[in-house]
Design a protein around this ligand. Structure first.
Ligand code: ARG
Length: 401
């Protein structure tokens, strides 16, 4: 029986050429798997057909939108996952769901190898390979762009020689990766971090400097899961899509940053993630209202560690699993409504309420009706500061400044 390779297929030049390239190099049959994670753009059926036209023996399109929203974006939202305190892990979230389905497809189609089109310089190679290995440790992985000299020039030459149906004129001047959690743009003139992005780089967001009326939106959560927008029930997927539209129209969620990749490179990245940023902003605000002080403080360290694990390709790992359990438990009372004002590139919380609230008006008020017994504070403050006073006395006694 001929060997089979499952290839992660995007429909672009590199992976289209990889089909014939892998077949020539290994003698294997190539089965293409294209994943729909809400990247939009081309019709997935056209992509499926192109794989066959380029020589794949089978071509499969998987609709992973629901799974991606519920099992990847939602945990990231409940963790307020922002790498380097800003980047909502757009590509880092999609790779593990794709990796999982590549591994499953390999098992189902009798393939012993999975192939991807990543270069050796990025994070995505790590996320694919570590993810595949965590689902099916027996599989081999090959990466023609990285490992067998399939450079851009050679790929174009190969496509011309074989007459592959690839329209190079549609190519973006940037390297773009997108799904409904956001959009990542790299390369081109952006490789000089001093160059400002131009409007042309963006497609999920409108120019935030254009004057328009603000959009006030109420997002309701139940146990840290978004359940309604302006009172209308929504799924996680619907919440993301609606907020991508509404926050995107106000220019919310643009990021321009220099990022630390796992392979050690600092790279300039431009992102837009209007729905993700609006949702995370609202979720953080509701946690401020509903999560007990020490749990809230401790969760920040968990959020950072979880985010770094996922960024670094360790979605399927024991520590990530354990942190998920912590985050789950922390969301028990994250139930209530947040009103956000979407305007001029920002999502600003302007109101919060809900059954999970720990806010006690009678304790907080400075007006009549105050139930906080201020006489208790005097002794509390004295004992709280006692260790510092004792240390200061020692310093005085020993004559140290
Ligand atoms: N630097 C980002 C990340 O590592 C985005 C990667 C985008 N991938 C791409 N093939 N353009 O998550």
């Amino acid at each position: 029986m001929t060997n089979r390779v499952v290839l992660a297929y995007s429909g672009g030049l590199d992976t289209s050429v990889a089909i014939g390239w892998i077949a020539e190099e290994t003698g294997a049959e190539v089965v293409c798997v294209a994943a729909d994670v809400g990247q939009g753009g081309e019709d997935m059926n056209d992509i499926r057909q192109r794989a066959l036209d380029c020589g794949a023996v089978e071509s499969i399109v998987l609709d992973l939108k629901q799974e991606f929203a519920d099992e990847y974006c939602l945990p990231a939202l409940r963790t307020n996952a922002l790498y380097l305190e800003r980047y909502p892990l757009v590509s880092a979230l999609s790779r593990p769901v794709i990796a999982k389905h590549l591994a499953l497809a390999a098992q189902m189609h009798g393939a012993d190898t999975v192939a991807h089109g990543c270069t050796g310089k990025g994070n995505d190679q790590v996320r694919f390979e570590v993810g595949i290995g965590a689902i099916a440790p027996e599989l081999n992985v090959i990466a023609p762009v990285r490992d067998s000299g399939m450079t851009r020039d050679k790929a174009i030459q190969f496509a011309e020689d074989k007459g592959l149906p690839i329209d190079q004129s549609k190519r973006s001047p940037y390297s773009v990766d997108q799904n409904f959690w956001g959009r990542a743009v790299e390369t081109g003139f952006l490789e000089d971090p001093w160059n400002a992005p131009i409007e042309d780089v963006y497609s999920y967001t409108s120019d935030p400097s254009v004057t328009r009326d603000p959009d006030d939106v109420i997002i309701s959560f139940s146990n840290g899961v978004p359940t309604a927008i302006d009172g209308r029930p929504v799924s996680m997927l619907e919440a993301i899509l609606e907020l991508n539209q509404r926050a995107g129209a106000q220019g919310v969620g643009r990021l321009d940053m220099v990022e630390d990749r796992l392979v050690g490179i600092k790279s300039r990245e431009v992102y837009e993630a209007p729905g993700a940023i609006a949702l995370i902003t609202a979720h953080q605000e509701l946690e401020d209202l509903t999560v007990e002080r020490d749990l809230r403080r401790f969760k920040f360290s968990v959020e950072q560690r979880w985010t770094e694990l996922v960024y670094d390709g360790l979605w399927f790992s024991p520590l990530k699993d354990a942190l998920d359990t912590f985050v789950d438990s922390s969301q028990q009372y994250v139930t209530g409504d947040i009103r956000l004002r979407l305007h001029a590139g920002r999502a600003v919380p302007t109101g919060r309420r809900g059954e999970g609230s720990l806010y006690d008006f009678d304790l907080a008020t400075y007006d009549t009706g105050d139930t906080f017994d201020q006489t208790l504070s005097k002794g509390f403050v004295q004992l709280w500061g006692l260790p510092s006073r004792i240390a200061a006395r020692r310093q005085q006694k020993l004559g140290k400044p």
